[in-house]
Design a protein around this ligand. Structure first.
Ligand SMILES: *[C@@H]1O[C@H](CO)[C@@H](O)[C@H](O)[C@H]1NC(C)=O
Ligand SMILES: *[C@@H]1O[C@H](CO)[C@@H](O)[C@H](O)[C@H]1NC(C)=O
Ligand SMILES: *[C@@H]1O[C@H](CO)[C@@H](O)[C@H](O)[C@H]1NC(C)=O
Ligand SMILES: *[C@@H]1O[C@H](CO)[C@@H](O)[C@H](O)[C@H]1NC(C)=O
Length: 453
């Protein structure tokens, strides 16, 4: 019964995210603490291995992985054997299942968040993870209403919904003052911010360069992460593999927001008819402007246009079109070159529509690498090699394209990159919380209870 097993696997992992019903007295000293850490590692390893096999096995098996909605699995009774055994190890010493994560969500005046939703775009555009995660946490079973019980504190500020600028892009000018004022608000009324200097506080900064709040890298770097946020945990879309001022704060990488209904709007990826070989629609400047010594997309997009606009294998369009997803669903390869920032919503859209993402963004770091094996579901081309793009894609098409597609079309992947509303086991919020759980050493509450022993 693979279906039952799969669902239960998802459920039992979800269980770790549930609040503990009754407080358990803590008895560990350092050594069991380490054991606990080790066991926890094993538990996640089991999940990772499972995900790996569900990704690399046939789609029929893995399509059964699709986890049930969170609510449906709450009254959980059965757990699969492997996990039960691991959990059993985990449950001795007594409180070692303490990795279940508890989150307190601040109640802020609606001017910090809900008021912005009067513009419906606020909840749906590419930075809307700040809204989706907030909503998810309000219903999260591990949400606590007593802040003394919390491991983490979520500060719900929607900073990306001021679309006042002429191009319709969110203006990020009010991000810093708005968050700063929210921090003043929570730190005057309650003691939790001050006691840890925000170390156990969590923000979403789903913008080009995370909590640097600017779309252009050099400005983002110059302005940096606001000092008051430096100690906190940032859920962010921006990630690169080298050190970078805009990822200096503790952070969890999350995917950009793409409306979860994208899955329902199109045929299943394996059923789609793909008559476009390589696809890109978006800004490709023929003569890119040199803005403060920087060229958009480090000229990669210009180069793509220059080399391949006349090539019949490439379908390249420079005009915006709302229906571009229909074209992605018809494509074998979807180009995901950098823009100002390395990441792009196309990465998620391509996975959701079963089009192999072709990542052209040197040094990009992608979300949920423990469970999403990006190298097996995408093609990477170095920025300097963009002139050999056709060659690279031809080679993949002639060799391992079907292997990549088989991996890519695993529904568990689409689920992992989309923020379901409400939150569901295995979705993007779920994965983000799982990674947050790895930062429990920042929980002031846990340190306190450890010291008290
Ligand atoms: C929206 O952005 C504009 C331009 O940056 C600013 O003048 C305005 O005050 C912002 N609106 C709010 C409500 O913050
Ligand atoms: C936290 O610190 C700030 C600045 O140091 C102070 O103004 C505020 O009153 C403190 N909050 C509490 C609850 O003590
Ligand atoms: C781009 O502009 C900067 C100054 O803003 C200048 O130093 C640099 O030479 C320019 N680069 C090119 C290729 O024109
Ligand atoms: C597909 O082949 C390319 C070389 O052409 C290789 O770099 C890549 O890792 C392979 N991908 C998979 C998933 O096998």
């Amino acid at each position: 019964m693979p279906e039952l097993r799969a669902c239960n696997l998802a459920s039992s992992n979800q269980m770790k995210l549930l609040p503990r019903r009754a407080p358990v007295r803590q008895h560990q000293d350092k050594a069991p603490g380490q054991l606990r850490k080790y066991c926890k590692w094993i538990l996640w390893a089991v999940l990772t291995i499972y995900l790996f096999f569900s990704t690399s096995s046939s789609t029929t098996t893995s399509s059964l992985f699709r986890p049930p909605p969170l609510r449906a699995i709450l009254p959980l009774k059965i757990t699969p054997r492997a996990i039960t055994e691991t959990s059993h190890e985990l449950s001795s010493p007594p409180s070692s299942a303490s990795s279940s994560i508890r989150i307190y969500v601040y109640e802020l005046p609606s001017s910090y968040n809900r008021d912005w939703l009067s513009n419906p775009r606020c909840g749906n555009h590419l930075f809307a993870a700040e809204v989706a995660i907030h909503e998810a946490l309000l219903q999260f079973p591990g949400r606590v209403f007593d802040p003394n019980e919390a491991d983490f504190f979520f500060v719900p500020v929607y900073v990306s919904c001021n679309f006042s600028t002429p191009n319709g892009f969110p203006s990020l000018h009010n991000a810093r003052p708005l968050i700063s004022s929210a921090v003043d608000f929570i730190s005057t009324g309650l003691p939790f911010w001050n006691r840890s200097r925000g170390r156990d506080h969590v923000f979403v900064a789903s913008h080009d360069f995370g909590a640097c709040f600017h779309a252009m890298e050099h400005v983002a770097i110059a302005e940096g992460i606001p000092e008051f946020m430096e100690e906190s945990i940032i859920l962010q879309t921006f990630g690169v593999s080298s050190p970078h001022p805009c990822q200096r704060a503790e952070h969890v990488l999350i995917p950009p927001y793409v409306t979860p209904d994208i899955e329902e709007q199109w045929p299943a990826p394996e059923k789609a008819k793909r008559d476009i070989f390589a696809y890109f629609r978006g800004k490709m400047e023929i003569h890119p402007k040199n803005i403060s010594g920087r060229f958009y997309s480090r000229r990669v997009r210009t180069e793509i246009w220059r080399r391949y606009a006349g090539n019949s294998k490439f379908y390249l369009q420079r005009k915006r079109l709302d229906d571009y997803r229909a074209e992605m669903a018809r494509s074998v390869f979807c180009l995901c070159p950098l823009g100002w920032a390395p990441w792009s919503p196309r990465l998620v859209e391509a996975v959701a529509l079963g089009c192999v993402p072709v990542i052209i963004a040197d040094g990009i770091r992608l979300p949920f690498q423990e469970s999403v094996r990006w190298t097996e579901i995408s093609v990477s081309v170095a920025e300097a090699d963009v002139g050999r793009l056709e060659e690279a894609l031809d080679r993949v098409a002639a060799t391992n394209l079907s292997a990549i597609q088989r991996n890519l079309w695993d529904p568990a992947l689409r689920r992992a990159l989309l923020f379901q509303r409400p939150m569901a086991a295995g979705d993007a919020t779920w994965h983000a919380l799982r990674e947050l759980e790895g930062k429990l050493e920042r929980s002031w509450r846990r340190h306190r209870s450890a010291e008290a022993r």
